[in-house]
Design a binder for this molecule. Structure first.
Ligand SMILES: NC(=O)c1ccc[n+]([C@@H]2O[C@H](COP(=O)([O-])OP(=O)(O)OC[C@H]3O[C@@H](n4cnc5c(N)ncnc54)[C@H](O)[C@@H]3O)[C@@H](O)[C@H]2O)c1
Length: 285
């Protein structure tokens, strides 16, 4: 398959382009920034907000993996985050329709539920599933919610097979010390995101499966993609009693349910943060 990967220079993009090339796909590696080191695939520098750039990059593509976005609120102005992310996806959908590209995998976000916001997330019930009410709290989360609406609309008028993957906090060896470890050390921070995370290898696996699953033309699957356990030293039961006591919950290994991803693309998270950190006792020694 020839696959256009937008945001190919980013955290997920680098891992994804490597994986696709290793799987034998022809990859067009698209980003607004030039790669700093040798990067896999055919490098195309351009803006998703510029249709012309995307048209050039997408020629001959069978599928698009859309990762390009400003991936958080607050780093740039809200108007910049919202317009960059929503217009970029709008354009991706337009070229998919015009060039009859039949498959899209788009990075969505667990922030749509309200995770990771300034106001502390108070779940109505647990675990969260795709049908949990949307509650975006900032321009980034709003851009992801609108993005899912755009994909649904595109699937109603075209034969696109689309997947929006609602990723929780993506962790890798590169960002573990900045994004992972502090949340282990300060559980109140983990509470904001229901102690959810997903290791980058599982993200790449979920995207690859979305590219290769049969799928129905004109369908949009929204799938929660989360890790196999909680980002905490304590068990989910202990966390539940400490932070969510009284909230309906039937137990489980994490507070986000990935059953739909299993039923739809056969995804089962395999990679735990545990390989990165010694036990709590040894960590502070
Ligand atoms: N990292 C996470 O924890 C996380 C969690 C949930 C969802 N996501 C989503 O996954 C996707 C990838 O995230 P990431 O962590 O790899 O982010 P990243 O910032 O590392 O990479 C994003 C890449 O997109 C590029 N980009 C941004 N806007 C662009 C534009 N208009 N045109 C061309 N290139 C553009 C950037 O240059 C960057 O290389 C994003 O859509 C993000 O919202 C990430």
């Amino acid at each position: 398959m020839r696959i256009l990967v937008t945001g190919g220079r980013g955290l997920i993009g680098r891992a994804m382009t490597e994986r696709l090339v290793a799987e034998g796909d022809e990859v067009v590696n698209f980003d607004r920034l030039a790669p700093t080191v040798a990067a896999p695939g055919i490098i195309k520098q351009g803006e998703t907000t510029c249709l012309g750039d995307l048209y050039q990059a997408a020629q001959g593509a069978d599928a698009i993996v859309h990762l390009a976005a400003i991936p958080e609120a607050g780093v740039l102005g809200d108007d910049t985050v919202f317009s960059n992310n929503t217009l970029g996806l709008f354009n991706v959908l337009k070229i998919a329709a015009d060039l009859k590209i039949s498959r899209l995998v788009s990075a969505s976000s667990a922030t749509i539920w309200g995770l990771g916001a300034e106001t502390c997330f108070a779940p109505q019930w647990l675990p969260l599933t795709e049908s949990y009410p949307d509650n975006p709290q900032n321009a980034y989360a709003l851009s992801k919610m609108v993005g899912e609406v755009l994909v649904t609309a595109a699937c109603k008028t075209t034969a696109l097979i689309a997947y929006s993957l609602r990723l929780t906090l993506v962790l890798s060896e590169a960002n573990w010390k900045v994004e992972g470890l502090p949340r282990l050390q300060h559980p109140e921070r983990g509470k904001e995101i229901v102690f959810a995370y997903v290791w980058i290898d599982d993200v790449v696996e979920a995207i690859s499966r979305s590219l290769r699953s049969p799928g129905s033309p004109g369908s949009h699957q929204i799938l929660a993609i989360n890790g196999p356990d909680v980002l905490a030293d304590d068990s989910p039961e202990i966390l539940y009693h400490r932070f969510y006591h009284g909230v309906p919950w039937n137990g489980g290994t994490s507070f986000i349910d990935t059953r739909r991803a299993y039923e739809t693309i056969g995804f089962v998270p395999q990679h735990s943060w545990h390989r990165m950190a010694p036990s709590r006792e040894n960590r502070h020694a």
